[in-house]
Design a protein around this ligand. Structure first.
Ligand SMILES: Cc1cc2nc3c(=O)[nH]c(=O)nc-3n(C[C@H](O)[C@H](O)[C@H](O)COP(=O)(O)O)c2cc1C
Length: 198
């Protein structure tokens, strides 16, 4: 089994979303020994914001692309190849300003390509990244799984929708939450790991 770990926190080993992801990966490795883990760190090697060059390159057939367009499309091709090559994705998500980090959004923007990772059909759009299991490992200062802040979690509904749009419908969300609240802090990561059955 090939596991793709997506890191989107810039906090290295201090990152709770990375610790939660690692806990999930350790569980997966215990059940599927011999699996390989490919790590894509979006903080260390970020994808650029979508610029005009990327968009032109996407919509120019491969054989007609200029050298600059070939270079521009490289990021997207790389993101797509890594995801297509994986059986399981573990996506670390630091909860920023009620949503995901811009580095994770940039990765998703490069992953989303008409006729490659989704296509339009007479009955609506169809995701083309199928057969994957996805774990979303969210770390947040507050509590969003229940209670008064729940409606302000724009990260996990967005990710579920976006991953589903691309064909990844088997999504499990694990949370290390309340990390800024003294009564939850110490147990938050372990609670998130324990919530996942692999
Ligand atoms: C720029 C920034 C924005 C944040 N926004 C929120 C927020 O909207 N809600 C919240 O509960 N926590 C928020 N936090 C706290 C983070 O979710 C928390 O520190 C989490 O552990 C970050 O993930 P990481 O440990 O993997 O880096 C924010 C932190 C930063 C640095």
């Amino acid at each position: 089994m090939q596991i793709l770990q997506i890191i989107s926190s810039a906090r290295g080993t201090e990152s709770f979303s990375t610790q939660l992801s690692q806990g999930i990966i350790d569980k997966l490795l215990a059940v599927h020994p011999g699996s390989t883990v490919v790590v894509r760190d979006l903080a260390q090697a970020p994808f650029p914001h979508l610029e005009e060059a990327h968009l032109h390159a996407y919509f120019t057939p491969a054989e007609g692309r200029s050298p600059a367009q070939q270079q521009a499309v490289r990021h997207s091709d790389e993101a797509i190849a890594q995801v297509m090559g994986a059986d399981v994705l573990v996506i670390g998500v630091p909860f920023y300003n009620f949503s995901i980090s811009s580095s994770l959004k940039a990765w998703l923007d490069h992953l989303t390509r008409a006729n490659i990772t989704f296509r339009y059909t007479p009955t609506g759009p169809e995701g083309l990244i199928t057969g994957k299991k996805v774990y979303v490992a969210v770390a947040s200062g507050g509590i969003y799984s229940a209670g008064p802040m729940q409606p302000y979690d724009f990260a996990t509904p967005y990710l579920r929708w976006m991953l589903g749009f691309l064909g990844m419908t088997d999504v499990t969300v694990a949370r290390a939450e309340g990390l800024k609240l003294p009564e939850f802090q110490a147990t938050a990561v372990q609670k998130g790991i324990d919530s996942v059955a692999v």
